[in-house]
Write a protein that binds this ligand. Structure first.
Ligand code: ADE
Length: 384
């Protein structure tokens, strides 16, 4: 299977973790910010280091792919049915938080279809000629993977519509009154789009996907299996309890699990060179040193929850107000920090704003007397 990357370098992608920090709201109590940007270990965006190593540990087939079982099964059925009919697969939109394996899944599908894949990202498709060049280079049955597809500009999107629907490219020849539109036939191909923000995709584009599928966070057991598999490929010995410790601090995300595994391995290699295996105590020691707590929260997550409790009585507090109080970009808070805090039951989103949950108070060992009646009233609901 040929894999071709077009302009998908870390530089071509805007890193939502590194916004221009805003100044905190005047008059609010300011908790000390632990770091200006999220430390690399829990960064959800793919780094160059991840990309290099992911290519060695990425699963290549559905058989090797761990987790997302229902999705895998339904994709496998659609794929086999399309193959039986001798047709390419319907266009597919994959959405979900970063690091859950959208690119990996697209590569697995191309391999299962025995076809080549062209990988790009919306920020690399700025000019019409970027997308036209890619479309013209596709072979019958090829997979085109566009990451961050919600960031496509209008012109590129409009070039894509007839390409997706009728497998044609409308090219304008000449200028002014003598301009003519030439319909160029394209080979039948499959577009796999990936996004962390399904809601930000325009409806004409969304409507052109035959399948829209969500990737969910991984369970601890699935992450343990991924860690053991990656450790085998990296030739690292790890005991089961150590894999569990890393899994439990990986925010349900394979990319983070693999990154933590590599950093724990480095730690053991340097600090415990005599040990032939990563033991649970060593994994805990390393992760504590990296300031990743047992729930997988880093200093910024904890700052966010503590600011909500100490400055806003636990909420409800609006996204913009909260972002200003911790000097973060509201979109970064929403896209990067919140999904895991919501999923793990530490944060609650209400029509009146964000609220911490009793579980967050318990986790941070903060007395319930510090929070608003609204949060306290939620207590029975959350502990039921
Ligand atoms: N590495 C990263 N994601 C994986 C997955 N879902 N299965 C196996 N190995 C992985």
């Amino acid at each position: 299977m040929a894999v071709k990357y077009s302009g998908k370098s870390a530089d071509s992608r805007i890193d939502p973790q590194q916004p221009a920090p805003k100044s905190p709201t005047a008059g609010s109590k300011i908790l000390k910010s632990p770091t200006d940007v999220r430390p690399g270990l829990l960064k959800q965006q793919e780094t160059d280091d991840d990309r290099r190593l992911d290519n060695t540990i990425r699963p290549h087939t559905f058989q090797e792919y761990i987790g997302q079982q229902a999705l895998r099964e339904s994709l496998d059925i659609s794929l086999k049915a399309a193959q039986n009919r001798g047709e390419p697969l319907d266009h597919l939109l994959l959405y979900g938080p970063p690091g859950l394996g959208k690119t990996t899944l697209a590569m697995v599908m191309a391999r299962e279809m025995n076809t080549d894949i062209q990988i790009t990202a919306a920020p690399a498709l700025e000019r019409p000629r970027d997308i036209i060049g890619i479309l013209m280079s596709l072979q019958p049955g090829s997979v085109l993977f566009i990451d961050e597809i919600h960031r496509l500009n209008k012109v590129t999107e409009e070039i894509l519509y007839p390409a997706l629907e009728d497998f044609t490219l409308d090219r304008t020849i000449g200028k002014g009154q003598s301009a003519k539109i030439l319909r160029v036939p394209l080979p039948r191909f499959t577009l796999i789009g990936a996004t962390t923000k399904a809601g930000a995709i325009s409806s004409p584009l969304r409507d052109r996907f035959g399948m829209v599928c969500r990737l969910n966070f991984y369970t601890e057991v699935e992450l343990m299996r991924i860690i053991h598999r990656s450790a085998g490929i990296l030739k690292v010995n790890i005991e089961d309890l150590a894999a569990r410790t890393i899994a439990s601090r990986s925010r349900g995300t394979p990319r983070i699990a693999n990154r933590l595994l590599r950093r724990v391995r480095d730690y053991c290699q340097v600090k415990h060179a005599d040990q032939k295996m990563i033991l649970q105590a060593l994994a805990e020691e390393a992760l504590d040193l990296f300031d990743i707590d047992p729930a997988g929260l880093d200093p910024t997550d904890r700052l966010l929850l503590k600011t909500m409790i100490h400055n806003f009585n636990g909420g409800p507090v609006g996204l913009d107000t909260l972002a200003a109080a911790i000097g973060e970009d509201p979109r970064t808070l929403e896209d990067v920090y919140e999904p895991y805090l919501l999923q793990s039951g530490l944060l609650h989103r209400t029509p009146r704003g964000r609220m911490v949950t009793p579980m967050a108070l318990q986790h941070l060992k903060i007395d319930v007397g510090n929070v608003s009646l609204a949060v306290q009233q939620a207590l029975p609901t959350f502990t039921d």
